[in-house]
Design a protein around this ligand. Sequence first.
Ligand code: ZN
Length: 462
Amino acid sequence: MEGSGGGLEEQGQFEIDLDLQCLYHDGTLIDLDATEFRVLRALYEVSPAYLSISNILERAWESGDTPRFVDSNNVHQSVAKLRRILAVYNRSISIESKRHRGYRLAWPGKDSDRDRFITPKLHKIAPRETPQAGPLSHVELTETHVAGFDLSGARLWSYRFPSPLRRSIIDRDEWRVQLVDFHDTGNPGALITARFSDARKPDSIIFLKPTGEVAWILDASPDLIDYDGGIFPRAWTFRHVIPYRTPQGILVWAALANDAGWPGCVLRIDSVGNAITHFANGGFVEWLCPVTIKGTECLVVCGENNAFDLPFVAIFGVNDVPCCSPPGGRPRYRYRNGPTGFPRKYILFPKTEVIEVLARPYGHANRMDQSEDNLIVQVEAADLGAYFRYHFAPSLEPKYVFPSGNYEFVHRELERTNRLDHRLADCPELAQPLPLRIWTPQDGWHDGAIRWRDNPWREASE
Ligand SMILES: [Zn+2]
């Protein structure tokens, strides 16, 4: 370091530890709350530029602090506190404010002189035999343990599950093991959705810190009560779990079904494992897709609705009031304590020909595929993995529907055994658009339709 700063260096230097989220002055740890640290970090990272109040809110507050509890006053208070703390140690670093611009870190001399006053703390290089471990980069599961590894393949930690896992299910669903960095520290933890081989134990989401310790565990047990006041059997399972980025931080959404009955719902889970029922459905919820509609963050969900005995897809805003599936159908499939809001749109798929012929109650809408401008809901159209793939715009405007390849073979097989009285080329179901039942808060239930994309099966047969 050059001596041109005169007496300023004699005041010592701040070091900011971005990994461990600490601030030091001349090697002495400064006692900062987590929020104050994140405010300082946000200012440091953009310095010497200004950071607006709303940007500070986005970067420094946890997703669990929902926006209605946090406002610009919290920022002003944190900055006031930080100023007092910084002034105790050193008067070279200060926090300046400017109307309509926000706050910035300031120091004497040129803007490029920042590192003379505050620098990132570099961890001491470990001896060559034991290289410094990097952040968690992947995890490996056995029936009884999960182990975390860094990019070099060095094992960082292992964790023993409270009970052995049902590996066949865990291995089938890649979403059950995910790395999640709730606070964008560059240091993710492991989010594991466990299904245990002991069927009496409920499914659990286990979040392990970057160091492998348990941060929180959430059992699959939403607070929903049956329409008649009855308690649902403790048979809830997670069907799909996704992390979801919002301006306030990362949330987790979970789709649930009760294997001993009909209920299903979606939980909104914050970074410390608090869950609320955000969507209560008259049937299982099977899959989740995040979408953005005109700048509004939304979630599309699909599954079945037992009040109508039909598969469904629906959309709601992630900051809308919690909601229920819309009214109608058999009233038995409702909750005594369900949320009071409604989704933005709720669509029932038809009971299609082969499902009827096979005497199945309905086809399941058990997964979605997504691209930038397209959302495909996969609805069972027969046994043996034959599907109708319904294409929608992200706002759930119907585009077209198309059968999966093996649907043709199922139809032909039913022709051959005389359970269908027509050839696929003459199929009345494929001759006109499929009917949809659509519900919106504005229009209630009304009829809709979705056209077939094209009909190559006809061309092939003619
Ligand atoms: Zn047919």
